[in-house]
Design a protein around this ligand. Structure first.
Ligand SMILES: [Zn+2]
Ligand SMILES: [Zn+2]
Length: 571
């Protein structure tokens, strides 16, 4: 009974703070009509599970509010005013350099899209200026190129944000080159004092060859894509014909040359997966006839996920995060059930571990984890995948590995450690101060070891990795047909470039393995992205409850894409 006044006091305090906190309290009270009587009479251990859960959430909201308060108090806001091209963003970039934050590959890649956008904008300004200043073309044939540039569609979300995709830029590159070489455009450039032109445009236009360097679009002909999807085997064509017509409508987008849903793969550099790991392609027929691929059966149909080590941070519990991943996989592998096993600490797996001598972070032995998973694989499992926030290594001589799998045994282990946005920076919190040899049986080094903050981006990256890797267990090879979550990736920037979902060819493979209705699968994906959001007050969502709701901000573009697919499927 000694707990009564303290608990009563805490609830009262939450209510007395009023405003936002009170609103949350009132929302929870909907489920607890006699909240005050209950909290006054029973100690915490007698609460029902719903009440205990709500109490936990209430505590988290309090913690969250306190943390935000301190954060806001310490925040210094600076307003930078200045005309276009006066150096506002340059100032911020310089601040970043002064404070020792290096530009990693992902950050550098983000500039690529901005540079493309600046070049296109600059050329449009020059074409327009030439016209208005009545300067004749050096080569009248360039009128067509000028018209093409002026017809550039500036309405897409990406362009509105000052970015242009590589694939789009490459389409315009020949026209841009020809225009920049034209005397008329050069003459207009000489008169640039009479109009506004970005300072850096000349630099980039002089280096157009470098901008398009090592970029390659893998474009297959319509016929090749059609055969990869439908095949020429009469039995498989018949199977295709049996699909619903709206499903075929969506799948056929694979070979529509101007499809907005499925685009060709763009290689950005020699270090991209396809350039550095040449592999044979796998079309639908090869997949369908592969005698070695595993298929879910009625006895073995569940996908098991085994969390290893801690996942939660101060805002999100391991349990919440696992639930989001489970629900996502259930939508993606629509029709199969995904079961999360009780999380285990690293010590339970008896795996070897080490400190990486370059990155100074803890790593666990991937092969040992696979041996552990083999013992744990339940009878009804189609596959079991272990996931961890701790980095992995496959053998002493290797630096690291993102994951390792045994396809024949339906097992895999994957780490999300390197998806932390800070992993490659000097300030990464998972670095140990001293690199020393660790005693092999002492797992206490993992107690309280750093786990990444569960951001929306981390959730997006985890969803992609998990579904990509489980896709391999189904027998799907790396996709080389169209942009697809099954594309191989050699580095973080490349895996970020991959879309969240499958291309039609891989979708048909998965559909034939599981047998779902395509429309229902897309509805489930949309449902996952929308769940938790509806009916929630916008202000509440943004502040007090940030850590309690699924952070789906990074899925915004994917959601728009799923809606477009559903449009085709529901016509
Ligand atoms: Zn892969
Ligand atoms: Zn694909």
């Amino acid at each position: 009974m000694c707990r009564r006044p303290r608990r009563g006091g805490r609830w009262a305090a939450a209510a007395a703070r009023g405003g936002r906190s009170l609103a949350v309290f009132a929302k929870m009270a909907d489920f607890l009509p006699s909240r005050s009587a209950l909290s006054g009479c029973f100690p915490g251990c007698l609460l029902t599970s719903t009440e205990a859960e709500q109490q936990r959430k209430s505590k988290e909201i309090d913690k969250c509010l306190n943390r935000e308060k301190t954060y806001v108090k310490r925040l210094v806001k600076i307003l930078l005013l200045g005309a276009g091209e006066s150096g506002k963003s340059t100032f911020l970039k310089q601040m970043r350099i002064i404070h020792g934050q290096d530009w990693d590959r992902t950050a550098r890649e983000e500039f690529r899209a901005t540079i493309y956008s600046n070049v296109i904008k600059g050329v449009r300004v020059l074409v327009d200026a030439r016209e208005k200043l009545h300067i004749p073309w050096g080569n009248p044939d360039n009128q067509n190129n000028g018209d093409k540039m002026m017809a550039f569609d500036t309405r897409s979300t990406m362009v509105a944000q000052g970015m242009v995709e590589t694939q789009v830029f490459l389409q315009y590159l020949p026209a841009i080159k020809s225009l920049w070489a034209d005397n008329g455009i050069q003459h207009a450039y000489d008169r640039r004092r009479e109009f506004q032109l970005g300072e850096s445009v000349k630099y980039f236009l002089d280096n157009l060859d470098k901008l398009g360097e090592s970029m390659k679009v893998i474009k297959h002909s319509e016929q090749i894509l059609k055969t990869a999807l439908i095949s020429k085997n009469t039995q498989l064509v018949k199977l295709y014909e049996n699909l619903e017509s709206r499903e075929k409508c969506l799948l056929n987008e694979a070979f529509q040359p101007d499809s907005v849903l499925f685009r060709p793969i763009t290689l950005h550099s020699e270090s991209d997966w396809i350039s550095s790991h040449p592999e044979p392609t796998q079309d639908f027929e090869q997949f369908y006839n592969d005698p070695y691929r595993s298929r879910p059966t009625s006895q073995k149909s569940a996908i098991y996920v085994q969390p290893i080590g801690s996942f939660g941070d101060t805002k999100v519990s391991t349990e919440d995060y696992m639930k989001w991943l489970k629900d996502y996989c259930e939508a993606f592998y629509y029709g199969l059930s995904v079961k999360i096993l009780e999380p285990v600490p690293v010590s339970h797996t008896s795996c070897a571990f080490r400190v990486n001598e370059y990155t100074c972070n803890l790593q666990i032995h991937a092969g040992d984890l696979l041996k552990y998973l083999k013992k744990k694989k339940p009878e009804d499992a189609f596959c079991i995948v272990g996931i961890t926030m701790i980095d992995l290594y496959p053998r002493e001589s290797w630096n690291f590995v993102f994951g390792q799998a045994s396809l024949t045994e339906g097992m895999g282990i994957f780490s999300f450690a390197r998806y932390d946005s800070d992993f490659y920076s000097a300030s990464y919190k998972g670095r140990l101060k001293r690199v020393k040899k660790l005693p092999s049986a002492d797992y206490s080094v993992f107690d309280g070891y750093y786990t990444p903050v569960i951001s929306s981006l981390l959730l997006l990256r985890s969803c992609k990795t998990l579904t990509h890797e489980i896709g391999h267990i189904f027998g799907l090879h790396h996709c080389q047909w169209l942009q697809c979550v099954m594309q191989g990736s050699n580095h973080l920037e490349e895996s970020d470039r991959r879309p969240l979902d499958l291309c039609p060819i891989c979708l048909r493979k998965l559909q034939s393995a599981i047998g779902f209705h395509i429309v229902e699968r897309y509805q489930a994906l949309l449902g996952w992205m929308d769940e938790d959001r509806s009916g929630m007050d916008a202000e509440l969502r943004n502040e007090a409850t940030m850590g309690l709701l699924k952070p789906v901000e990074a899925f915004k573009e994917c959601r728009e894409w799923v809606l477009k697919c559903l449009d085709v499927l529901q016509k």
